[in-house]
Ligand binder design. Structure first.
Ligand code: CO8
Length: 258
């Protein structure tokens, strides 16, 4: 598939997917979401790739869903045959780690897409917000669900009801992002972090991702049981043998292909 709204690069075992509709601040339209799903599935299945970085431009990760495309929709258009949302959640099926590298505006559907990544690295200039109420709708891709689970009810309500944007420092303070880096270094830093992850056994990275996501869907006891099954099953795998023996032999483990 040729992409018109994405740019793709690879750096060793790291794939970088860049949202690329600069004239519309990367507003997320149907074609871009189709392309994003395609690219994510492709890299998830590619044994040469262990980690994916999803980013936008310095001005905008994404300023939301494409308002121009949606403005004249009616209920049949959104919920009918071309159901909005059908191509928004492919990212949740990706087994390998996906890091969101966010600069500039991260708004509405852009913030929701970012929250579907495994963790976020923010540029100092990043601004996160859920301004949907200002265009007369609720969020539709998890803004009312993932945001309060991530930053707490009070901050989430404040952002959702007033449309207040939070800056990178506040986003880090609230746990929405894991690190803040200088704006001009965002991609370099994100690739460095992804490269570190890509050197780990991808099989274990995928299990950790699955187990962490389970934490949001189940009780603590069931979640720990789920984790314990992965832990027990890990014994006897090449990754466990290589990791533990490399430690005992005081050498760097080689998790290539594991
Ligand atoms: N959709 C379409 N076009 C956009 C969007 C958008 N979300 N955001 C910006 N643009 C366009 C502008 O129309 C403008 O185009 P043009 O040059 O042709 O006029 C261009 O990008 C540059 O934007 P501005 O001139 O407005 O730039 P400013 O620097 O003045 O302002 C802002 C930047 C503050 C980001 C401003 O553009 C803005 O407020 N944008 C809209 C933000 C917004 O409301 N986002 C939420 C949209 S609704 C949503 O995301 C619902 C998600 C539901 C997903 C459900 C899936 C199931």
């Amino acid at each position: 598939m040729q992409y018109s709204d994405l740019l793709i690069e690879t750096h060793g075992k790291v794939a970088v997917i860049r949202l690329n509709r600069p004239k519309a601040l990367n507003a997320l339209n149907d074609n871009m979401m189709n392309e994003l799903g395609d690219a994510l599935y492709k890299f998830d299945a590619d044994s040469n790739i262990n980690c994916i970085v999803l980013t936008g431009s310095e001005k905008a990760f994404a300023a939301g869903a494409d308002i121009a495309a949606m403005a004249d929709y009616n209920y049949q258009d959104t919920h009918g045959g071309n159901y909005i949302g059908r191509n928004w959640e492919h990212i949740l099926n990706i087994r390998k780690p996906v890091i969101g590298a966010c600069a500039g505006y991260v708004l509405g559907g852009g913030c929701e897409l970012a929250m579907m990544c495994d963790f976020l690295i923010a540029a100092e200039n990043a601004k996160f917000g859920q301004p949907e109420i200002k265009v007369g709708v609720t969020p539709g891709a998890g803004g009312t669900q993932r945001l309060p689970r991530t930053i707490g009810k009070s901050k989430a309500m404040d952002m959702l009801l007033t449309t207040r944007m939070i800056d990178a420092a506040e986003a880090e303070r609230t746990g929405l992002v894991s690190r803040v880096v200088p704006t001009e270094k965002l991609l370099e830093e994100a690739i460095a972090v992804a490269t570190q992850i890509a050197a780990m056994p991808v099989s274990v990275a995928m299990q950790i991702k699955d187990a962490v996501n389970r934490a949001f869907e189940t009780t603590l006891t069931e979640g720990v049981r789920y984790e314990r099954r992965y832990f027990h099953a890990g014994f006897g795998t090449p990754a466990q043998k290589e990791g533990m023996h490399a430690f005992l032999e005081k050498r760097t483990p080689n998790f290539d292909g594991l």
